[in-house]
Design a protein around this ligand. Structure first.
Ligand code: AMP
Length: 390
């Protein structure tokens, strides 16, 4: 039973890096996953968002690459030796940061290959012979086509947010990438949610994987207080402005489309709040500025499409607002997992218009209980009508 990082066969450099990151005891997913990964096993890790998943694979990956652990990864030529595939650019940057923080002591160099950025700097970074690549599938695929990267020396492949990586949009590219990686590699798949059909797909890429599961799968962390507001579409903006006025904390707002994110952001800014937007039509530098500004507190409100829902770690998001309900229950879990990360608690408010009743039903079926209704929910519609917003 692993209760402390000292129960794990970690190098002194890694122990220092862990202490430097401020981690005193392993989270449950770390306690269960780090040992088997150090032994070289394939692994499927199911853990809720905010449970320390990233370090659960980053720590043993770095140790194996550095030749530590009970079965160090064999040297594999001069190419990259570990690959982490993720669905979004922001998540890639965040994971690379974890590799830098925890792998600095071992001199592990990491390159991030994501779309929306110029090729030039990525090509120069590749020439520095990085040990680790963190990539989104599209850009990695471009590099493979141009033969600017080779995956023949990979020892470890990690699919983070594996359910997303193997769904219809990404699956063809991910599968082609996995086909060029050596067969005797170690493969790790992590996700908060793992529907059975996805698990079947995932298992095709792993060899006798160990399954590690933490908490109740696909349920939001218990510390999130969920509230549902019934609101007509035209009543949602006034309702959001009221909530932003009543509460002071850092707030992440999700909308269904990029266009709606822009519109809501303008209304929120016009009401005097420090707000910004994150969606796929913004340039990479705008997205980075938005996220950095939200992290640093320059912006109190971030309005985003689902691109920001997965894996993004912003400490102290006290309130997540589903301005529009997400299309799937899994996205609901991911979205509200942006609050109450690590030890904090948080609030998740969802606005449901009458035409969103199917999504609401699906979410509540998935949760196994209704989302508690806000006291007086429904008044927004009357108020909106009274001021003639239609
Ligand atoms: P993740 O689930 O990987 O996104 O991690 C969520 C947050 O928990 C991040 O801010 C991590 O830095 C933090 N974290 C990860 N491992 C630990 C740990 N053992 N102790 C305390 N915080 C941690």
């Amino acid at each position: 039973m692993v209760r402390s990082f000292t129960d794990l066969p970690l190098t002194p450099a890694m122990r220092d890096a862990i202490a430097g990151a401020g981690y005193s005891i392993p989270t449950p997913i770390q306690a269960q996953a780090i040992g088997p990964i150090l032994e070289g096993r394939d692994l499927i890790g199911c853990a809720q968002t905010g449970t320390g998943k990233t370090a659960a694979f980053t720590i043993p990956t770095i140790e194996r690459l550095a030749g530590a652990g009970s079965r160090p990864a064999a040297p594999g030529g001069s190419g990259p030796r570990a690959l982490v595939l993720v669905p979004t650019r922001e998540l890639a940057l965040q994971i690379a940061e974890a590799f830098d923080t925890l792998g600095g002591g071992h001199g592990i160099r990491t390159v991030v290959l994501i779309g929306g950025e110029a090729m030039g700097p990525q090509l120069s970074a590749l020439q520095q012979r990085p040990a680790v690549i963190v990539a989104t599938p599209g850009r990695l695929f471009d590099h493979l086509e141009r033969r600017t990267v080779s995956l023949g020396s990979l020892r470890i492949v990690v699919l983070d947010e594996a359910d997303r990586m193997l769904d219809m949009g990404f699956a063809p590219q991910v599968e082609r990438i996995l086909r060029v990686a050596p067969l005797d590699r170690q493969t790790l798949c992590f996700s908060a949610t793992m529907p059975p059909e996805v698990e079947t797909l995932v298992r095709q890429h792993l060899v006798r994987p160990m399954r590690v599961e933490v908490g109740v799968i696909a349920k939001p962390v218990a510390k999130v207080t969920q509230v549902l507001y019934r609101a007509e579409t035209q009543g949602k903006t006034p309702l959001l402005l009221r909530l932003l006025h009543e509460e002071r904390g850092r707030t992440l707002v999700f909308t269904r489309t990029k266009h709606r994110a822009d519109r809501v952001a303008h209304a929120v800014m016009a009401a005097g709040h420090r707000a910004t937007r994150l969606h796929a039509d913004r340039s990479m530098s705008q997205r980075r500025e938005a996220l950095d500004g939200f992290r640093s507190g320059r912006y109190r409100v971030l309005i985003a499409t689902d691109i920001a829902a997965r894996g993004i770690d912003v400490p102290e998001v006290s309130h997540v607002v589903n301005f529009d309900l997400p299309g799937t229950p899994e996205d609901y879990i991911h979205r509200i997992g942006r609050t109450a990360r690590a030890e904090a608690s948080g609030r998740a408010s969802s606005f449901a218009a009458p035409e969103e009743s199917d999504q609401l039903r699906a979410i509540e079926r998935h949760l196994g209980h209704p989302v508690p209704r806000a006291a007086g929910s429904g008044n927004e519609n009357d108020r909106a009508r009274a001021v003639g917003r239609n």
